[in-house]
Design a protein around this ligand. Structure first.
Ligand SMILES: [Zn+2]
Length: 292
């Protein structure tokens, strides 16, 4: 069988601005895809309509453009893909893997979900996972699956499609061959591979990038990380993120256009230089990198 073309993606959740951690993830994914001569897709992960806002989607796309990132094809917008997720659930239910679950969150903390095989017709939808294999990460090696994984949530009782389902269905349909994302999702990879196998897919390669650790833990929207582009020019942000990813920035300067910086960084991408563990990044002590 011919090897499918390298396809990578950046998949932001538009529940806040593009912060430094998201820029690092996009940068790592972009450099990896372009260095492989591959396709690079943008996916808006807005299934949680309570938390996501169209205004954030627009702002994220503007910031990505200002930073010089380019994507292939139109963005995939998860809030428009209910049909695909519902079809996947129907397929998993037909195979006997997906089932309705009436358990409350409190019950699930006390005992395993007993709902599979009960033939319930309402409630959340969960997935009983097949035997899982380790996922393979380019930086971290084999990621062992949990010994006794709980059924995976596919759809909440309120009708929201869960992260794993939307992520795996979209990766499969888009032909994603390598998933580059933050290390907070490292342990989820074997579970996603299990779901992907049930939908007829083979596992992707993984590259989990180090998390940026701010003064209050992981840099994230939850702890109100500031918009990356409020901290410096696009060039300064790119140079800062290249350094956080352990990449050689010698000879690169803030006087270069963002796309030229990205082109130069693509040609010298070193996976071995990427730190494996969290990188301290107190944004309160933000200092732009030295000029040319
Ligand atoms: Zn249950």
């Amino acid at each position: 069988m011919p090897t499918p073309p390298y396809t990578g993606r950046f998949a932001p959740t538009p529940s806040g601005p593009l912060h430094l951690g998201s820029v690092c993830t996009c940068l790592g994914a972009f450099l990896r895809a372009r260095s492989q001569g591959g396709r690079f897709l943008l996916r808006i992960e807005d299934v949680d309509r309570g938390r996501c806002r169209p205004g954030f989607t627009d702002a994220i796309r503007r910031d990505l453009d200002a930073l010089g990132f380019t994507f292939d094809g139109e963005p995939i917008v998860q809030s428009r893909r209910d049909g695909a997720y519902e079809a996947a659930i129907a397929r998993l239910a037909k195979g006997g893997w997906a089932f309705h679950c009436a358990c409350t969150r409190a019950q699930l903390t006390r005992r395993p979900c007993p709902c599979r095989g009960r033939g319930l017709s309402a409630g959340a939808v969960r997935l009983s996972l097949p035997p899982l294999a380790p996922a393979q990460d380019l930086l971290h090696g084999a990621i062992e699956p949990p010994a006794h994984p709980a059924p995976l949530l596919l759809k909440t009782r309120d009708g929201l499609y869960a992260y794993h389902l939307a992520c795996v269905v979209d990766d499969l349909e888009s032909g994603v061959t390598e998933v580059v994302r933050g290390a907070d999702l490292l342990g989820q990879s074997p579970l996603q591979d299990g779901l992907r196998a049930l939908l007829g897919g083979t596992p992707p390669a993984y590259l989990h990038l180090p998390l940026l650790l701010g003064a209050h833990g992981k840099l994230s929207k939850q702890n109100r990380a500031p918009a990356a582009l409020s901290l410096g020019t696009p060039q300064e942000i790119l140079l800062r993120c290249l350094a956080l990813l352990g990449q050689d920035t010698s000879g690169l300067s803030g006087a270069m256009a963002p796309r030229d910086l990205l082109r130069a960084a693509t040609s010298r991408l070193s996976l071995g230089a990427i730190p494996r563990h969290g990188v301290p990044c107190p944004t309160s002590q933000w200092t732009p990198p030295p000029g040319p």
